[in-house]
Design a protein. Structure first.
Length: 340
């Protein structure tokens, strides 16, 4: 296995995390923003959608982290040192939201305490994607520099405290909210819960508008703060066709959402978000940290890379059938809502 193949695998793992766990975070956002006469029903729908699978979805983050420090230890050491503060905050958010979700759903405390846990779940769900987004912005901004010894030389606040990082973090939050609203609308449609379907459908349309505006802000701040990334995003031979394709997919998703064809909208939104992740990965141009750490100089050892495909294949043999069965049991068997 070559470093380029590992780089692609990391991108696949990141994409899987965004499309699964990202939607879980987005569900927490809509839990926070639940409103109107059906606020309680909205929260129940979110809890019903998340409960069977939210823990499993974090396996993709585990895959990305373990593969990163196994295949690219030098890059992993730099990232975990330079960005240890936002990474720590993201981990705290992940733990808080998971714990709070369980305590709210299964706790024996009075309703007032369980509502408090619900607020913790919602706020942690909204904050964590921002921290994850600022980390991705930092490694692609060019603000994290590495000295001759291979250590980060720009301090612990470089890259992730800039306007560019904040906008990317908010963009990630908007994409997660878009995924969640679209998934929830499609599930409510399948269950025959038409009012909830329309509630989440409107939220998906709002998320599309917000994500579109933030995408333009990301490009503007990349132009101002990350010229290398901006050049790859707009000036490479692939960039304009890729951006145009993403825009067309987004327009199709908006059309399907507006016409209440939520199953098709779900497919288009998944494709749209996947293209955003792919575009960012290609724009990195093989760098794990722009502009100093290329995948070819990230510490990959042939003795580690050679057996890696067999290890991954063995793990996938156990994992993939279990995931398929889990989703088939809990997600693909959705039927009409109970009359109770």
């Amino acid at each position: 296995m070559t470093p380029a193949m590992v780089f692609v695998l990391l991108g696949v793992g990141l994409m899987a995390y965004v499309l699964t766990a990202g939607a879980d975070f987005g569900g927490g956002v809509w839990d926070l923003l639940a409103s109107g006469p059906r606020a309680a029903a909205q929260r129940q729908a979110i809890a019903r959608a998340l409960a069977p699978i939210w823990e499993v979805n974090h396996i993709w983050m585990i895959f990305v982290v373990v593969t990163s420090f196994t295949a690219f230890p030098h890059a992993f050491a730099i990232i975990s040192t330079a960005l240890h503060l936002p990474l720590l905050l993201a981990l705290v958010g992940i733990v808080l939201r998971g714990s709070a979700f369980v305590f709210r759903a299964y706790g024996m405390q009075p309703d007032s305490i369980r509502e408090r846990w619900g607020r913790v779940f919602a706020w942690a769900s909204a904050a964590t994607p921002v921290f994850l987004g600022v980390c991705l912005a930092a490694i692609s901004s060019g603000a994290i520099r590495v000295d001759a010894r291979g250590y980060p030389s720009t301090g612990f606040f470089a890259g992730w405290t800039s306007p560019f990082a904040l906008v990317v973090g908010l963009f990630a939050l908007a994409l997660f909210a878009l995924l969640a609203a679209t998934y929830l609308a499609a599930e409510a449609d399948a269950r025959g819960e038409l009012e909830l379907r329309d509630d989440f459908g409107r939220r998906a349309l709002i998320s599309e508008a917000v994500a579109g505006g933030l995408a333009l802000l990301v490009l503007w701040r990349a132009w101002a703060e990350s010229p290398l990334l901006f050049a790859n995003l707009l000036h490479a031979s692939w960039s304009i066709p890729a951006q145009a394709t993403t825009a067309l997919i987004a327009a199709g998703a908006i059309t399907m959402l507006a016409s209440k064809r939520f199953r098709l909208a779900r497919v288009l939104v998944i494709t749209q978000v996947a293209l955003v992740v792919i575009g960012w990965g290609v724009a990195m141009d093989g760098y794990l940290i722009l502009p100093d750490v290329h995948m070819s100089a990230a510490g990959a050892e042939p003795a580690v890379l050679r057996p890696l495909p067999f290890v991954l294949l063995g793990g996938a043999t156990l994992l993939v059938p279990a995931l398929i069965w889990l989703f088939r049991v809990f997600k693909l068997s959705t039927g009409p809502a109970s009359s109770e």
